[in-house]
Every structure is written in structure tokens, then in C-alpha cells.
Design a protein around this ligand. Sequence first.
Ligand SMILES: NC(=O)c1ccc[n+]([C@@H]2O[C@H](COP(=O)([O-])OP(=O)(O)OC[C@H]3O[C@@H](n4cnc5c(N)ncnc54)[C@H](OP(=O)(O)O)[C@@H]3O)[C@@H](O)[C@H]2O)c1
Length: 262
Amino acid sequence: MTITFRGTTALITGASAGLGTEFADQFARRGADVVLVARRADRLEEIAAEVRSRHGVSAHVVPLDLTEPGAVATLADELEGRGIRVDHVVNNAGFGMKGAFAEADAERIDALVQLNVAVLTSLTRAFLPALVARGSGTVINIASTAAFQPLASMAIYGASKAYVLSFTEALAHEVRPQGVTVLAVCPGATATEFFDVVGDARAAVGAMQTPTQVVDAAFRALARRKPPYSIVSGVQNKTGAVIVGLVPRRARVALTAGLLER
Ligand SMILES: NC(=O)c1ccc[n+]([C@@H]2O[C@H](COP(=O)([O-])OP(=O)(O)OC[C@H]3O[C@@H](n4cnc5c(N)ncnc54)[C@H](OP(=O)(O)O)[C@@H]3O)[C@@H](O)[C@H]2O)c1
């Protein structure tokens, strides 16, 4: 199956920084128009201007807090109103938090689950039927190497990414016969604003990759004749994920807790 990018439109959440900005640039480089969603309108406008001038595609900006009630419907209505048809969905917006669950801010926990889990699911549900009907298109969901084991001190984040990986692989299998490609991308530590938001550099475990390395790996996977349902970006991260799978389940928590508190 060859995925077409030229003349299509990619919707990218969390496009104002990090992996989302890189996805926008790489979709545009392949000839796709882009729709950029995040809260910081000024950053989105700057990125859109850069993408347009560099790649000669259309770049649409939709400033939105995706954790607001009804945000996914608002986004879908906005795109319909502007006559924008989406062919590729990148569910990338997400954040992490670190610290003892019992002491964590309750509203922040709710926002994390809302953004990393609920919004990703609703957005996929909102745009997938059109892709299935057309028998083409892609959904890329950003999971993490955090998905492979429970993470004491990042319990909600790890669990949210385990959900993303499980959901995405299952969905990939469901819709592959209908011509839609669904891919979970599992980056390890990547040099973005992620760790500033987490507020604890110890959350970065292993060698740091660049957003370009992660997004290159995603597009390489999509270029395969039969794209995998998920990928881990980077050799060291892949090896880590395999090793964790060999460790008895209970020991996995202790192992990763040690790494996060080092
Ligand atoms: N960096 C890593 O080490 C790493 C590793 C594995 C997985 N990931 C995952 O990769 C994805 C991208 O993160 P990143 O590393 O690129 O981090 P980042 O640089 O902090 O980017 C996060 C993006 O999400 C947007 N966002 C946050 N809250 C939002 C909200 N309520 N509504 C709309 N947009 C929102 C941010 O934009 P605004 O602030 O403008 O809203 C920003 O564009 C996340 O799902 C993250 O969990 C990251």
C-alpha cells in the first residue's frame, strides 16, 4: 500500500512545539497541506507562515485548548465550516507529570487523562469514518516508551501511553482491511518542551533523540509496503522496550522507578 501525501491535508494536534512542529514540516515537505492545532495562537501562526514559505502548501491554524469541553466537536465544525477535508490525523498533543500520585494536583491529573486519552480517542472517532469511507488516509497516535511498563512517579502518564499504544494497535488491525493506516509512534526521551512541562529533568531516561529522528522513523514506517502497527524510535529505545518485556511484570515497576529517581 502506498500512502499519498501530495494534495492531501494533515491535521496535527500539539503543532506549536516539539514533535508536532516537526510533523507539520515533514507533511508539508511531502506536499500535504496542514492544519495546526494547539493553544498558543502566536506560535501556530509563526509555524504556519514558515511552512507555507518553505514548502508552498496551505497551512491552517486553529488555536484551541483541546481539554475544554466539546473541543473536538468545535474543531470538527471549524474544519467543516472552512471546507477542509482531513486525510491524515496526528494525535500528538499531550503532556507528562511527575511526582507522587497522592500529592498531585487533581485538576492536572484530569487534564492529562483528558488530553492524552479522551481527546485522542474522540478525535480519532471524529475523523476516522471519512477515512474508512474513502478507503485511504492515516492516523498517527503518539504513544511513548512509557507505554511498555508501569511508571511509579509518572503513573498517570505511563498509563495514558499504555492506553494509546493498546488502542492504536487494535484500531490499526481493525481498519487495515479498509485501506486506512494507523500507527502508534513510541518515542523515548526527545528534545522538545516536554521536560520543561514535566518540570523534572530526571523524567528523561536514556539517550535524547531529536524530533527529526522521531518523525523520520514514523515516515519510514509509513513508507513500508506493510506498515507496522507501532514503532519504537531509536535503537537504544527499541532495545530497552525488548528488555523490559523480558523482565517479570512486578520487577518492571521497580526497575523503572529506579531509573526515574536516579
Ligand atoms: N519529548 C519526549 O521525550 C516524548 C517522549 C515520548 C512521547 N512524547 C509525546 O510526544 C507528544 C508531543 O510532545 P512533545 O515532546 O513534542 O512536547 P511539547 O514540546 O511540550 O509539545 C506538546 C504540544 O502539545 C500542545 N498542547 C499541550 N496541551 C494542550 C491542550 N490542552 N490543547 C491543545 N494543545 C495542547 C502544546 O501546545 P500549546 O502549549 O501551545 O497548547 C504543544 O504544541 C506528547 O504526546 C508526548 O507525550 C514525548
